[in-house]
Design a protein around this ligand. Structure first.
Ligand code: NAP
Length: 523
């Protein structure tokens, strides 16, 4: 007799989800039942589904009695009981029969869902699964902790066992793996309850995109250090930054393409703008080593617009259907718009650099002498933007051939580092990543090489870089990359939506976050 037939409870529908289900699941684990349920009590305030990982308990058999108490005091919080065996990637040392017996007891105690791995379910057989499914909705889950797989054959195997919810979890090794899952969810998730995501750093987009594909729910972590799977996003960030509860099929998707992208503040800034303007749009971090992977996805996800950052700004320029004249001249794109199935590139970095400088330079005065450090995308925007306004521009770059080529194109000069102490400049612009978080002690110039009235560091994290600190100490006027960041982002927002950007909201979103982070680092 299968272990699950021992307990009598009211039958539950095999298919479909209860109405008004939360869209976020918090997976909780602890060594003791008291600790696990204490975490659950706290988490229940968040309006979430809670997954209890019974296999992490030292004594899982003690859980059902406490689960019953929890369910009585939290009747609106759906619980999932999971007791994954070691062979299926969990910690439970018992047999399949023991796993199913414990899940049946958890169901009787009030868990509305029980999660069983596909491999366990296949070994237990259809009858045992049908028995368990009468006591709670059965989530059949498949995990690959190593790689992405074709979800279709796995889904076909699952269908034979008729679960209430299909859960397919893979590990992304590149941006493209998100797309395999996205295509699968686009096909199936609107038809039946499916949960699908990719774990790992590369899989972050899948955790948000799945909601647009009408996945039953997505997973979140309950605070830093509480992640139960790699790549999980904190629940506050999911709700406050990404507004995940509001994502639906009509949500427009934007994102920032770069690598690495984990520490970009663009998602905070542009999601804050979308929220302020009540737009049904979400802005995602899209990490990709090859820009083509994301450009190809522009049509399939589909993406309405992209920001482009290190190291893809110059590479994408030749891969688009059209460029605005400024982006063409610079040969670097930081903004992409998808319109009528075509991708168009713009460069809003120029406005982000020239705008803050013009506010500080005397209009109609002698052309300023500007030193630009770097010859990449941002440096090109600075050089072309400033040359167009008549500035005398000199370039210093780690790879001197790149500096020479840029100087030739923009009718600028190059300088050698050894000559810096002899040459006077009005403005120095740092367009290299030297000094960017986490290498905050670095500076592209030494104190005695900083000889200018204005120093503009395009780095925005930290807001005060080592270069700016030294420049300020030397009496220079300093401009943080934050000014450029907000100005270029505001222009992107305007290009994508046709509306003026809510600049104060955007500034608040990034500055308050950075200040918080800086406080934490000082503690
Ligand atoms: P990029 O296209 O990759 O160019 C980077 C440039 O920095 C290249 O010229 C590179 O020299 C140089 N470089 C890189 N590492 C260096 C090192 N260790 N020492 C000396 N030089 C180094 O990047 P980008 O898009 O132009 O971005 C450059 C900086 O501007 C970044 O810090 C970025 O955060 C900042 N930025 C800020 C904003 C904003 O909104 N505030 C916008 C865009 C960019 P080689 O030619 O020798 O490789």
């Amino acid at each position: 007799m299968p272990a699950t037939t021992m307990i009598e409870t009211a039958p539950v529908p095999a298919q479909g989800l209860p109405p008004q289900m939360p869209r976020i699941c918090l997976a909780l684990q602890a060594p003791t039942v008291a600790e696990l349920l204490a975490k659950a009590e706290q988490a229940a305030r968040e309006s979430v589904i809670i997954e209890l990982r019974l296999d992490y308990l030292n004594h899982p058999e003690t859980a059902p009695a406490r689960i019953r108490q929890f369910c009585e005091s939290n009747p609106d919080t759906p619980l999932i009981a999971t007791c994954r065996r070691q062979a299926a990637g969990g910690k439970f040392k018992g047999t399949i029969a023991a796993e199913l017996a414990l899940l049946a007891k958890a169901a009787q105690a009030g868990c509305r869902f029980v999660d069983v791995s596909l491999e366990t379910a296949e070994r237990a057989g259809k009858e045992a699964m049908a028995g368990l499914g009468k006591r709670a909705r059965l989530i059949l889950s498949y995990h690959d902790f190593e790689r992405m797989r074709d979800p279709e054959p796995i889904f076909t195997r699952m269908q034979k066992l008729k679960p209430a919810v299909y859960k397919l979890v893979f590990t992304a090794r590149s941006f493209s793996d998100n797309l395999v899952l996205d295509a699968f969810l686009q096909k199936h998730a609107g038809q039946m309850p499916v949960v699908g995501l990719c774990m790992g750093e590369w899989g972050v987009p899948s955790r948000l995109l799945c909601m647009r594909d009408e996945a039953a729910f997505t997973f979140a972590s309950y605070g830093a250090g509480e992640e139960t799977a790699p790549g999980q996003i904190d629940i506050r960030e999911l709700r406050q930054v990404y507004r995940v509860d509001d994502i639906n099929r009509a949500t427009r998707v934007y994102g920032v393409l770069g690598y690495p992208i984990k520490h970009s503040l663009s998602p905070r800034m542009l999601n804050a703008a979308f929220r302020k303007e009540s737009l049904n749009a979400v802005y995602l971090p899209l990490a990709a080593k090859k820009a083509e992977e994301v450009l190809a996805a522009a049509h399939t996800i589909p993406l309405s617009g992209l920001s482009v950052t290190i190291p893809h700004k110059t590479a994408v320029a030749s891969r688009l259907d059209g460029l605005d004249p400024l982006a063409k001249k610079i040969g670097a794109v930081n903004t992409i718009v998808r319109s009528n199935g075509k991708l168009y590139g713009y460069n809003t970095d120029v406005a982000g650099i020239v705008g803050p400088l013009e506010q500080r330079l005397t209009p109609g005065g002698t052309p300023p002498r500007v030193l630009v450090l770097g010859a990449g995308g941002a440096a090109r925007a600075a050089v072309f933007g400033l040359r167009a306004r008549g500035a005398e521009v000199s370039i210093l770059n780690r790879t001197s051939a790149r500096a020479l080529a840029l100087a030739k194109q923009a009718q600028a000069k190059t300088v050698k580092r050894a000559d810096l102490k002899k040459l006077p400049f009005d403005v120095i612009i740092n367009a290299t990543p030297v000094g960017m978080w986490p290498d905050v002690k670095q500076s592209p110039l030494k104190a005695d090489e900083i000889r200018a009235a204005i120093v503009f560091d395009l780095i925005y994290n930290p807001m005060q870089t080592e270069l700016l600190r030294m420049a300020q100490a030397a009496g220079a006027q300093v401009i943080s990359g934050m000014e450029m960041f907000i100005a270029q982002g505001a222009r992107q927002f305007q290009i994508w939506t046709g509306k003026p950007a809510p600049v104060a909201e955007m500034r608040h979103a990034v500055v308050s976050w950075l200040e918080e982070e800086e406080k934490k680092q000082k503690k």
